[in-house]
Write a protein that binds this ligand. Sequence first.
Ligand code: FES
Length: 310
Amino acid sequence: MKLLMAVEVVARRQVTPRVVQLTLRPAKRAAFPAFRGGAHTILVLPDGKRRLYSLTSDPDRPELWQVAVLREAAGQGGSAWLHEAAAIGTRLLASHPQQGFALAPEAARHILLAGGIGITPFLSMLPELRRAGADYEVHFCARSEAEAPFLPELRAALGDRLRVWIAQRLDLARLLACPAPGTHAYCCGPARMVQGFAEATAHWPAGTTHVEHFAGIPRAEAQQGEAFEVEIASSGAILPVPADRSLLEVLRAAGHGVDAACEYGACGSCVVQVEGGEPLHRDVCLSPAARRRSMTACVSRGRGRLRLAL
Ligand code: FES
């Protein structure tokens, strides 16, 4: 986990029936550390739960951060607590910004594709695009207007740069069929949309497509798979990982303090270094290069025995 800061909730706004926006200020410093549009922070709740949220505020306003929290019906209570108990004056811990998703500075044109709460990482990119006088368009998909967070503000700010797809399918293959030179495309949305984006841009030049995942594999699935073993390099201990438990659970039960935030393979905060063996990667965040020497403990598994640098 990157450095943590004390933050205080100074405002809250119900954006849709299931999305609340929290405005945070630093509790012990004058300003937040700098970030670029698309960054996220990890909030640490009073019971220790860690939840990852995109920063939705303008990066040029370091005196405040904003996040938008979707209440997850099938979640583990983190988003429900933020909806019900995070009042004005509530103090939390927040990580320094983490930048897995950002605008490509070399792009001549940007196509932003959001589904539902997947609009959030783009909200901090839009001020950057406006200030840069960039050429861009935004496609926003949602099941209904009531479930499309920030839609009135987006309509007012973006005008005809915004295309809204309510309860109708955005034809990604058609929209993304012919990549113009210098165009970059970005997607954040549900797994089905991200998959459709990957298929529709498979022929795009390398490095011109960008994805932010806010959902990896479901928690129940994450804890299942083939049984395997890990060897702890520092002690030589062998730990069995049964088919119905995650590596993260097994390591923590054995006293290894491994960080974790999303617990669905999207944030990279639970990464452990691998010295030997064959990991079975199930995350959506590590690059091919990173996968050669590390794995996410929350969702990835192994074949036979792995040796971990712990
Ligand atoms: S906790 Fe986020 S990838 Fe494992």
